[in-house]
Design a protein around this ligand. Structure first.
Ligand SMILES: [Zn+2]
Length: 346
C-alpha cells in the first residue's frame, strides 16, 4: 500500500480516537450545566416572588391610605351631623358615612388577605433560598470534579495529537491538506475501507475499472461519488466472487443457546429456519426457503413439538442481532426474517 495512505489511515484513526473523547467531556459538562440550569430556574422563581411581594406591599400601603382618608371623612361627617342644615343633608351625610365605612371594611379585608399572601410567599422564598444554597454547594463540588476530569481528558487528547504529529511529519503535506479538507465535512469517515466493491462511506458501488485501480494503484484514490479517500482492507481485497453475500464461506456451525424459554430447541432448529417454515405454514405456501436444507425434516419435527413457544420466539427474533439472523443456510437476510416474523405476529 502507498506509504502516504498507510500514514493517512493511521492519522484518521488517531483523529477518531481524539474525537471519541469529546462526548465524554460533554457528558461531564452536562452534569454541571444541569445544576446551573436548576439554579437559574430557582433564581427566576425568586425574582418573580420578590416582584409579587413588592406589589403586595404597595397595594397594602394604598389601602392604608384609603382607610386613613375615609376615617378623616367619617370624622368630618360626624361633626356636620351634630347640627345638620336639613333632614335631607342629614340623610346624605349618613349615606356618605356608610359608604366610607364600607370602603374601610373593604380595605381592611384586602390588607388581611395581602398580609396572608406575603407570609406564605415569604415561606416559599426562604425555601427557595435554601435550595439555591444547596445547589451552590453541589455546583462548587461538581465544578471542581468536572474541571479536573475535563483537564485529564484534554491531556489525553494532547497525547493523542502528539502521536498524530509524528505521522504528519512523515506524510506528504499535500496529502494531509487534502485529508483535512475532506474531514471538514466527512468528519471521522474521511478515510474509509472499500466493502464489497462499494465505498465504505456513501455505500455506492465502485465500477470495475476504479475498483481494480484501487487494488493495484499506489495512488491515493477518492470515491467518485462522495469524495472520501478509499483504501482496501485484506477483507475487501478478496476477489468479488468470494466476496458477495451469497457465496460467502459457510458460517462455522457454532451451537449457541438462546436464553429465553425453549431457547435450546430454537437454537437447534435455527431462528431463521423457524421463521421461514412458520411463514410457509401460516402465510405463504409458495415460500420454500426452509426446504433448502437436508435437515428440514427433523427441524419440522422439532417445530411441531414446540408450538407453545412460537409466539414468544417470534417476538424474541424481532430484537435479535441482524448479523446472527443473517447467518443461515437458507438464503435469507435478517431483514426478510424480521419482516416475516412481524407478519406472523400480525
Ligand atoms: Zn463514497
Amino acid at each position: 500500500m502507498n506509504k502516504n495512505l498507510t500514514q493517512l489511515i493511521a492519522i484518521a484513526q488517531i483523529d477518531k480516537e481524539a474525537d471519541a473523547l469529546d462526548p465524554v467531556m460533554q457528558d461531564k459538562q452536562s452534569v454541571l450545566d444541569k445544576l446551573l440550569a436548576q439554579k437559574a430556574k430557582q433564581e427566576a422563581r425568586l425574582r418573580a416572588l420578590d416582584e409579587m411581594q413588592e406589589e403586595a406591599r404597595l397595594t397594602i400601603a394604598r389601602n392604608e391610605g384609603i382607610i386613613q382618608a375615609n376615617s378623616q371623612k367619617i370624622e368630618d361627617i360626624q361633626q356636620r351631623l351634630v347640627e345638620p342644615r336639613s333632614d335631607r343633608e342629614a340623610r346624605t351625610l349618613s349615606i356618605e358615612e356608610d359608604l366610607s365605612k364600607e370602603q374601610i371594611r373593604h380595605s381592611n379585608n384586602e390588607i388581611t388577605r395581602l398580609n396572608k399572601e406575603l407570609e406564605s410567599r415569604d415561606a416559599q422564598i426562604s425555601e427557595i433560598n435554601s435550595e439555591i444554597e444547596t445547589l451552590k454547594t453541589s455546583i462548587q463540588t461538581t465544578k471542581e470534579i468536572c474541571e479536573k476530569e475535563i483537564s485529564q481528558i484534554k491531556a489525553q487528547q494532547q497525547e493523542i495529537f502528539k502521536k498524530k504529529e509524528v505521522f504528519i511529519a512523515a506524510i506528504d503535506k499535500k496529502v494531509i491538506t487534502f485529508y483535512e479538507k475532506i474531514r471538514r465535512w466527512a468528519k471521522n469517515t474521511s478515510v474509509v475501507p472499500v466493502k464489497k466493491q462499494a465505498c465504505g462511506g456513501c455505500f455506492i458501488r465502485l465500477n470495475d475499472k476504479l475498483y481494480s485501480d484501487i487494488l493495484q494503484s499506489s495512488e491515493i484514490i477518492s470515491c467518485p461519488h462522495c469524495g472520501r479517500i478509499l483504501y482496501i482492507t485484506q477483507d475487501s481485497a478478496l476477489p468479488e466472487s468470494q466476496n458477495g453475500t451469497e457465496k460467502m464461506p459457510k458460517p462455522p456451525k457454532t451451537e449457541h443457546s438462546f436464553s429465553f424459554e425453549g431457547g435450546d430447541i430454537l437454537s437447534k432448529m435455527g431462528a431463521s429456519w423457524f421463521v421461514s417454515y412458520a411463514y410457509y405454514e401460516k402465510v405463504d405456501k409458495t415460500h420454500e426457503n426452509w426446504d433448502k436444507i437436508s435437515t428440514a425434516k427433523s427441524r419440522i419435527n422439532r417445530y411441531e413439538k414446540s408450538k407453545e413457544f412460537h409466539t414468544k420466539w417470534l417476538k424474541e427474533i424481532l430484537s435479535m442481532s441482524d448479523a446472527n439472523l443473517s447467518k443461515n443456510e437458507i438464503g435469507l437476510d435478517a431483514n426478510s426474517v424480521k419482516n416475516m416474523a412481524q407478519a406472523l405476529l400480525g
